[in-house]
Design a protein around this ligand. Structure first.
Ligand SMILES: [Zn+2]
Length: 315
């Protein structure tokens, strides 16, 4: 049961014992007796004890504030990052903590990279490979763009090429979105656009000759017996934003999808839309059975083929 509690606490550090018990299908008192035990419950100061957990974004120890009694002016329990490791919970990784949006929400430059690979970046790569079908599913649902295996391979290669997993704004919670953010310039020609009316409208009005077939496939008008010309239209992501009003407030993350078309050698934006991150959704998909019938292991294999060597032991 300890494993189960640990897993749930990692995902939602502020969850009440009552809710943990419900999720595990056990008595609340049983959960409490675990939570009140060392190391999950230990001293903050020689006279004060507190519950502890591991931050779901940066893997550092956090003190759970307000789990049993909310301090004045605090609406929800929250995890407070520490200045040192906590015995039995986790060691302190200052680089991961200082980049954690729950600790210090800020704008990150798209070119900012972490120094070390071990720790969060390595875990991000594992998660991205093992869950790549879910990552693609979430992106498809949000962008309404369905990409071919070739297009996905290109994204994986560009992500790897610019070391997107080292981006300082990448956490264990935003893996699907930062994967997209770090793999720009995906050609949309011959890809499918499904139920994205705004994007279809923009393409039809701004790109003479472009067509979107009934199945959503983007192509060009052809004369009988000829092959339509290629249209250079690309999808990129900009403006990753992390907003959190205080340490106790909820974190909101978003980015913008941009579709642009090449005109006389210049890229011109024809469509923009905001994509809100939904880490709870990703978490839910991760915890579905490993052999769920809707899994696409071919996509997991694809991600492993491109990124797998990053996980090999380094000298
Ligand atoms: Zn954190």
């Amino acid at each position: 049961m300890l494993k189960g509690i640990e897993r749930i606490l990692k995902r939602s550090p502020g969850l009440k014992a009552k809710d943990i018990a419900k999720e595990l299908g056990v008595e609340r008192s049983a959960v409490n007796s675990f939570l009140y035990r060392d190391p999950w419950y230990q001293n903050v100061t020689p006279t004060m004890r507190s519950p502890w957990a591991v931050c779901p974004a940066c893997d550092n120890p956090v003190q759970l504030v307000g789990l049993y009694k909310l301090p004045a002016n605090v609406k929800n329990p929250f995890g407070k990052h520490t200045r040192s490791g906590v015995r039995g919970i986790a060691p302190l990784n200052t680089e991961a903590r200082d980049n954690c949006p729950y600790f210090d929400p800020r704008q990150h430059k798209k070119t900012d990279r972490k120094k070390g690979f071990d720790g969060i970046p390595r875990k991000i790569i594992s998660l991205l490979i093992e869950q790549f079908d879910r990552v693609v599913y979430i992106l498809e649902q949000q962008t309404k763009v369905v990409l071919s295996t070739n297009a996905l391979t290109g994204m994986l290669e560009r992500y790897k090429g610019i070391e997107g997993y080292l981006y300082t704004g990448a956490t264990l919670r935003n893996v699907p979105w930062i994967f997209a953010y770090m793999s720009d310039d995906t050609p949309l020609f011959a890809q499918k656009i499904v139920d994205n009316e705004e994007l279809v409208k923009a393409i039809q009005s701004d790109i003479p000759g472009a067509t979107v077939a009934a199945n959503g496939r983007l192509g060009t008008k052809t004369l009988p017996g000829t092959k339509g010309p290629y249209i250079d239209i690309r999808m990129s992501f900009i403006r990753h934003r992390m907003v959190k009003d205080s340490e106790a407030a909820a974190l909101k993350e978003s980015m913008q999808l941009v579709a642009s078309v090449s005109r006389k050698g210049q890229l011109v934006d024809i469509h923009k839309q905001v994509i809100d991150f939904d880490p709870v959704w990703f978490e839910r998909l991760i915890h579905m059975p490993v052999d769920h019938p809707q899994r696409r292991m071919d996509r997991v294999d694809l991600a492993r083929r491109v990124l797998g060597d990053l996980l090999e032991p380094r000298a």
